[in-house]
Design a protein around this ligand. Structure first.
Ligand code: GUN
Length: 296
């Protein structure tokens, strides 16, 4: 079997288009422009690339982008004071503090100081709890993007066996909660899982989010399964620097019914979902109907 490609680049473009439509309605009918504040502490090169891309796409869909770049040595109380200011600013509907933070800053404390209603990353403990109990939450962007793509491809996910490889707070755990919310039977596998190949072979849906280049080979994949690859790993191959996922694409595509490529799969969905979350947060803050199809 040769898998159908799940084109995240095209899907992300359609999400951004929907977001842009909602933004223009909010402006015209309600006089509100959604605003997203991004805080970057330090000069991590990968983070700088992400933050620039977020700012650009925020403006492209018609929202206000507010960027705060702080020195790597910024003391914690100064960062917390900035977050408090953004929490109280009615023009700011979403706040994202780029991770990882420099070592002297307490990441949990910082994240939990963001107003849960403005926590467009969905990392605040309140949002984690709301998602885990099936209540209306802000949902982490990458797993939300995976869920949107899976729903788009399958329609209903009800009753499907899903295996999530990886148990991070950013992807693995919220992904498991979302799949459970859509009535999948969910297994969360990780580095200590026994017989990982057998566990993965049972899955109708495999979500790989471990950060290990090409660790899932095709012979772990059940015929016709759907493979969602969250990995973004840079490796050297034939003297070239290339981007690969957590699954071995060529062999998995032979077995899968559908698969996301790297690049061009899940990656572009993350920022698209961040924009979607910002519109959702803006609507909720103003007591307006939420955009359909952009939330879990
Ligand atoms: N660093 C890498 N991914 C993310 C993300 O989704 N959100 C934030 N805040 N930082 C990140």
């Amino acid at each position: 079997m040769t898998a159908q490609l799940m084109d995240g680049k095209a899907f992300a473009a359609s999400v951004r288009e929907k977001v842009a439509g909602h933004v223009s309605r909010l402006k015209e009918e309600n006089g509100i422009t959604p605003g997203l504040a991004v805080v970057l502490v330090g000069e991590d090169p990968a983070s700088q690339v992400y933050v620039r891309s977020k700012g650009k796409q925020t403006v492209e869909v018609g929202m206000n982008s507010i960027e705060h770049r702080l020195d790597a040595e910024t003391p914690e109380d100064k960062l917390l004071a900035l977050i408090e200011e953004l929490n109280n600013d009615p023009a700011v509907h979403g706040i994202l503090v780029q991770l990882p933070l420099p070592k002297h800053l307490d990441e949990d404390l910082v994240i939990n100081s963001i107003s849960p209603q403005k926590d467009v990353d969905g990392f605040h403990i309140s949002n984690v709890g709301l998602l885990g109990t099936g209540q209306k939450a802000m949902v982490p962007c990458t797993p939300l993007g995976c869920l949107m793509m899976l729903r788009d491809y399958h329609g209903s996910l009800s009753g499907m066996d899903a295996v999530v490889i990886g148990r991070s707070n950013i992807v693995g755990k919220p992904m498991a909660m979302l799949l459970l919310g859509d009535s999948c039977t969910v297994t969360v596998a990780h580095s200590r899982t026994k017989d990982l190949p057998d566990v993965v072979r049972r899955a109708d849906i495999v979500v790989a989010a471990v950060g290990r280049p090409e660790m899932v080979p095709g012979d772990w994949i059940k015929d016709g399964a759907t493979v969602v690859d969250v990995g973004i790993n840079r490796i050297e191959r034939d003297g070239k620097n290339v981007l690969v996922g957590d699954v071995d694409f060529a062999s998995c595509a032979e077995r899968a019914g559908a698969i996301t490529p790297v690049p061009g799969g899940v990656g572009p969905m993350t920022i698209a979902c961040l924009l979607a979350n910002t519109v959702t947060a803006c609507c909720r803050a103003n007591g307006l109907a939420e955009p359909e199809g952009l939330t879990a």
